[in-house]
Write a protein that binds this ligand. Sequence first.
Ligand code: 26V
Length: 852
Amino acid sequence: MSSTRTAASARTSKAPKISTGMTGAMRTSTAPEATNLLEYYGCGPIQFTGSNDALYERHLMFDSVVSPMATGPRERYEAIARSVRDILSQRWLRTEQTYARENPKRVYYLSMEYLMGRSLANNIMNLLLDPILERLIENKDLDRLALLEQEPDAGLGNGGLGRLAACFVDSMATMQLPAMGYGLRYEYGIFKQTIRDGWQHEQPDNWLRRPDPWEVARPQEEVEVKLGCSFEVQSGTLVAVAGQPSSLLGIPYDRPVVGYGGKTINTLRLWAAAAPHSFDFQVFSAGDFVSALAHRLTAESLTRVLYPDDSTSMGQGLRFVQEYFLVACSLADLMRRFRQTNSEWDALPDKVAIQLNDTHPSLAVSELMRILLDEEHLPWDQAWDLTRQTLAYTNHTLLPEALEKWPLPWFELLLPRHLEIILEINRRLLDEVRARFPGDEGRVERISLIEEGAVRKVRMANLAIVGSHSTNGVAAIHSGLLRTVTVKDLAEIFPERFNNKTNGVTPRRWLLLANPALADCITEAIGNGWITDLSLLTKLAPLADDIGFRDTVRKAKRSAKMHFAEWLKSSSGVTVDPDTIFDSQVKRIHEYKRQLLNALRVVVLYNRLRENPDLEMAPRTFFFAGKAAPAYDLAKIIIKFLNNLAGTIDGDPAVRGRLKVVFLPEYCVSLAERLIPATEVSNQISTAGYEASGTSNMKFMMNGALTIGTRDGATIEMAEAAGEENFFLFGLTADQVADSSTWYNPQWHYDNEPETQAALDLIVSDHFSRHEPGVFEPLRGTLLTRGDRFMHLADLTAYLEADRRLLDEYADPNRWARKAILNVASSGKFSSDRTIGEYATEIWSAKPCAVQ
Ligand code: 26V
């Protein structure tokens, strides 16, 4: 075993050796040691002179116009970020110039969400600039942490789907794919969560309050979006005015997406809505200056705020307009780019691949048809063929209440031409179905793009499947259920369109950046090739039996736990003990994710200790974090319960030092980057069949946590990769859940399982709500009276049993470290590079295009 090998000897590239005193990202990077980075990355005609420090000083002085003595951390952050942007600018331009010249097939990722998190440290890492930053920090006596903390998270997403888009753009740039992400420039991202008296409160996330050094506005590339109606604000609410066509402008704001190594710098293009220029003039010339400005504000409000993922209260009209706005701006932009270098429409699918991130941008089907039919005057069959060959759709959820369906009257009002097109697509589709399955009207009804009812609705998933050449799920089990259950009839007509692309996460942000201690010990052992080829982690497997390596990995985990505990103490005053087992469940709060099941586990352990104070049990800290959709009442009660559970346990001397529950408010990318490396036990406990994939499961695995979980989503494939003996799987399978309605009775578990009964009784007895009697009654309602849709009680005993096995393993540090190493070693499949590689070859037929 090679734990004594140095990082330097493990380095493979010809880049110069980097000195000591750096974080993992630095030590494992192949960094340039150029004194002038503009020269290193500069490749255009413009040449700059001067040192990197001078670059920083110039920004500090001329951007903020304050004396260097008077600057605070915010000004310093901006100056460093702008210096980094200067350094990448020419390479960014060169990337687009290469694509324009080489005319490769381009990939466009359309997503309503990008959960990017912070950019500064990530861009510095990917540009291999850490040594330079470190020198600057030393020269200027800067506080690294304070500086990085100045950057707000770009929280333009709700959870998994948005973070996946962020990992994907990172991988596409690293793999040198000619790709672009399109999204919306929300002024307010996902709400900020605070906890008062245990309850979630939402505050607006005004993340653009201060100038954002990463964005470049490109008003010269604005596009016009035409709508079938106008909008007015009437007594505070936005209302549509029928029969008055109007238009909006989309202004692109570009953000650099730096591939690892800095070779390719792709673009994330976010659209902001604005009123058309002519608009003001009409009203202004009529003398009503104030109402002209009010209209401008109305237009701009379209991209003001990200909708929280609220599967229960779908159907806000503004969301529908947002979705069309994203589609219309992005298609206008990419079609303009296509026309610049191509003259034949038949070449469209050879030059353009458009991936739809869920059905949110699925109006792309009718929009592309509209452009080809009405603007390019192609015949229907040719337009349809091109549309289908160009588009591909990814499904991210099977929950029926989360499948988008938009009312027909909204189409009539806003997008009448789209409705015509959709009805014509449907007519042709149903003719085909009737020809293939004569007399099967049930099938016709299920396949139809239109759901009949009091209000007719367009089924957006059906539209996306029919109007594209590929439909994929995000883990094997999910893709299987999608094909065989959720849209079975469509899969029977178009079997060749259905495929699976198991999700992945970027190892740059989630391992190299987030966990320098572990990244270092991996690089010391196997070299740094894993950063861009995570499958190389398999080389760690033989080291699982190496005492020295186990010790190194244990120390890395210990260091991450200490770091987290220190940060938590200093940022919130909360004390946690790094000598306890760190056990985490972090994700959106939802019944199907079963934070309640985890809470029941804690209540049972708490009861055991109360009943038997001498019980031997390893001390544990249970971390929870996640946001509830503002209108999802039960999820908010779950948050309240977790907080009260934490408070009661903290106040009970019988369990002090043995059990602790911490609810970490404001879960976001930056918090995940801190907590995941420090975690030893990852909880992935959704009701089998409901979690499409999960992605935090992969981040925990890469960071050396062991998983306790159900056979759901990508967790199944993770256990397959690591070997079930290195996992703690439990509970009902998706098949068992699917037919449970015939046999499942939660009351049976209450009546026959003493620990289940005692836990529920304690909750209902107001033990955790002494001053708020009855506040947790809805929990009893959902778990017992209303049938326990997500089968918490069915899985509780098996969960406790798996937990016991886990504690047995933890008791032997060597056995635990061995399993942790084997988990890291088999996490290679879960890199988003692997996922993107599969999309590129199997769906997009896209190839890398090296920037010259
Ligand atoms: C629905 C809605 C409806 C109301 C408006 C806002 C909004 C936003 C998002 C959604 C659906 C979100 C679906 C989703 O996030 N699915 C997750 O996707 C992850 C990436 O594929 C996957 O790992 C998770 O298992 C899956 O739950």
